[in-house]
Design a protein around this ligand. Structure first.
Ligand SMILES: C[S@@+](CC[C@H](N)C(=O)[O-])C[C@H]1O[C@@H](n2cnc3c(N)ncnc32)[C@H](O)[C@@H]1O
Length: 346
């Protein structure tokens, strides 16, 4: 720990590595994938302090970039840091930087899309996230399967306000409503756009997400909370994905693709095996693992299941509604339709 801290101090004393690295990797006018690197040392240190990392913690960082935050996480009492980065150039940069500091043994870099990669088990998530995936990433943390103590995230300020909004606030919205079910969300500090290289067009804020220890068992009569959270997570993940004509997805288009049908068929079969056959329309699959299971669905089974999905979407008349305009109550109604037809999300 002492060795790590002194390595970091001497590294800081050298020329500003964040700016140099950013200039080497990013070309103006607009960096790809929201690559605005946090370059204010005071803010970076504040983030790690707020994160309250404990000895032995496993930390996940999304989007390490050139490693400005990562090196501080590595120098903290954390036992391990797993950094998920989509850009291989950045992965190489952060790997080299941690090696130069003698901290590579604590770091695992996973090169991939944070929305597709399965996170390893973690206690704390600390990140200056790519703002383009704010909603689905926060949904993945809040409503996904991960059990963690805290998440400390730099996000766009407007998003932070919406996420932390309370009932009665002007910004109160579906994301905040669902977040409050499962976590306490707190706005910790504003972060100026001037603290980034290159300077983005928006301001930022630091937020803290602390999952609640006890979740309600049902969000509404007949709707188990875990089922609801998995359903909401899937909807939020699709919310930012636009179709080819740059239109926001409708409920109908979200559940239409064959890969989505197969994914739900897989989950539903698993749920049916778990709960015991309830006479629904779901087929029983005898596979040892998920890949094996999904490869065993016949074309007829997939087509029949697709019909169940289409029927569920059409019966509450939501097929043409855009995801952003659907209320929580409408989504609840839709989820009940799905469950009645044996379409499960957990
Ligand atoms: C805002 S920068 C933050 C960089 C660094 N944490 C810092 O503060 O200096 C976001 C980083 O996320 C990466 N990124 C963008 N989209 C991503 C995704 N879907 N999954 C993982 N990383 C992503 C970018 O390549 C970039 O390095």
């Amino acid at each position: 720990m002492k060795r790590a801290a002194s390595a970091l101090r001497s590294h800081r004393a050298a020329s500003n590595p964040s700016v140099a690295a950013a200039e080497a990797l990013l070309r103006p006018p607009r960096p790809p994938r929201g690559q605005h690197l946090l370059a204010n040392v005071r803010v970076l240190d504040d983030i790690v302090r707020h994160a309250g990392i404990r000895p032995g913690d496993a930390v996940v960082e999304v989007g390490p970039g050139t490693g400005n935050l990562t090196v501080r996480l590595l120098a903290s009492p954390a036992a391990t840091v797993a950094a998920v980065e989509i850009d291989p150039r950045m992965s190489r940069a952060v790997t080299a930087r941690s090696a130069a500091l003698g901290l590579a043994h604590k770091l695992t870099v996973i090169t991939g899309d944070a929305m597709r990669v399965e996170f390893p088990k973690f206690d704390a998530c600390v990140a200056n996230i790519p703002y383009g995936i704010s909603s689905p990433l926060v949904a993945k943390l809040l409503f996904g399967p991960h059990q963690f103590r805290t998440a400390t995230l730099v996000v766009q300020r407007e998003f932070a306000r919406r996420l932390a909004a309370a009932p009665g606030d002007r910004e109160f919205n579906r994301l905040a409503e669902n977040a409050r079910l499962v976590a306490d969300v707190r706005l910790l500090a504003d972060v100026s756009r001037e603290d980034f290289v290159p300077v983005p067009g928006v301001d930022s804020a630091l937020v803290e997400i602390v999952p609640k220890e006890v979740r309600p068992s049902e969000v509404a009569p007949g709707v188990p909370t875990d089922e609801w959270l998995a359903f909401v997570c899937l909807c939020f993940q699709q919310h930012n994905r636009r179709d080819k004509r740059k239109q926001e997805k409708t409920i109908g288009t979200v559940f239409k693709p064959d890969e989505m049908v197969v994914e739900l068929l897989r989950r539903s079969s698993r749920a049916e095996q778990r709960d015991g056959n309830n006479g629904g329309s779901v087929v029983t699959v005898h596979g040892d693992n998920d890949d094996e299971a999904s490869s065993r669905f016949s074309k007829e089974e997939v087509v029949a299941f697709k019909e169940s999905i289409v029927g569920a979407v059409q019966s509450p008349g939501l097929a043409h509604k855009r995801l952003s305009t659907v209320s929580n109550n409408e989504l609840l109604r839709l989820l009940r339709m799905f469950i009645e037809r044996g379409v499960r999300f957990q």
